[in-house]
Write a new protein. Structure first.
Length: 314
């Protein structure tokens, strides 16, 4: 999913990266992309490849998931069938005019680093128009100082054009547009109508910590699309906390920030009901009694908020 995302956003970071992609895509320069895990480095690599309609082969070498046999077969073009029999998938073969992306290169074992260095030094001469993109989670200087990277590989990467992808926490103003883009793609892929994203929902998402960066946002929006039955996007319960949203509502009042009162109250009420249902093992009678509601009134609230009845839970 991350690779299929588009570069969207209004932050200075987003605008800078869009400009870099537009510049680097059509050219022959090799590119080094650095950013935290899940920050969207593969999206940037894919956009560089596709800049100005680049319809050429794309070869992804994933340090996280590919075996040494697969990596060697991809770089050399030999023993592809043997690598397939070991890994259960056939590695892509490099060809003329291909974009070769080595993802998470800082996770490569030393012998696989040697394969990358050898390809950069001599192997690429077998092909015409090759563009190489390498991504890491750490800056090149830190990798060089720590001794994680072989010196000759550092020397190659120092000659690459560099792009730094910021973590999501440093570009929170992009979260509303990212949310819309992600939800639109997911709804389309699932054959669902696009969900309305309220200002409150955007505000809640913008207040998140996002240690998993863009990858985590995609996962949350994906779950939200799956559980949302009405016209509006409903955030997953495990992402929400009624105490935090009450504090957010009060903070909005003090700051004069516009927010929708009914939606805020509904969200807090829904979270409290969910917590109570879970506490009482989805016993509706007991939960309704605690709230001082009739069972009919309580069932109305369950239906209003799209919460499961005990029959559905069981």
């Amino acid at each position: 999913m991350t690779q299929e995302l588009r570069l969207v956003g209004t932050s200075s970071f987003a605008k800078r990266i869009v400009k870099q992609v537009a510049k680097l895509g059509p050219g022959r320069e090799d590119v080094f992309i650095m950013g935290e895990a899940g920050s969207g480095r593969r999206t940037v690599a894919w956009e560089i490849h596709n800049a100005k309609g680049r319809k050429k082969p794309y070869v992804l070498i994933d340090a996280r998931s590919m075996t040494t046999e697969e990596i060697r077969a991809t770089f050399t073009g030999q023993d592809l069938e043997s690598a397939e029999s070991l890994a259960g998938r056939k590695p892509a073969a490099i060809s003329d005019n291909a974009t070769v992306t080595v993802a998470d290169a800082d996770l490569l074992a030393p012998h696989n680093q040697a394969l990358v260095s050898s390809f950069l030094k001599e192997g690429r001469r077998k092909f015409g128009g090759i563009k190489v993109i390498v991504t890491t989670q750490q800056p090149l200087e830190r990798l060089a100082q720590s001794g994680v990277f072989a010196a000759d590989l550092v020397g190659h990467l120092e000659k690459f054009e560099s792009v730094e992808v910021p973590p999501l926490r440093e570009r929170v103003e992009d979260i509303p547009s990212l949310t819309t883009s992600i939800a639109k793609q997911l709804c389309a892929s699932l054959g669902k109508p696009m969900k309305e994203i309220s200002p409150n929902t955007s505000h809640i998402l913008s207040q998140g910590q996002w240690p998993g960066n863009l990858q985590q946002l995609v996962a949350v929006i994906g779950k939200a699309v799956m559980i949302s039955h009405g016209d509006n996007l409903e955030l997953p319960p495990d992402f929400l906390d009624e105490h935090q949203h009450l504090a957010d509502a009060i903070a909005n009042i003090h700051s004069g920030r516009i927010f929708i009162l009914d939606q805020s109250l509904d969200l807090i009420e829904k979270l409290i009901i969910q917590r109570a249902l879970k506490h009482f093992m989805y016993n509706q009678s007991r939960t309704a009694q605690v709230f001082g509601l009739s069972e009919a009134n309580f069932r109305y609230r369950l239906k209003k908020f799209g919460l499961p009845s005990i029959r559905k839970k069981v």
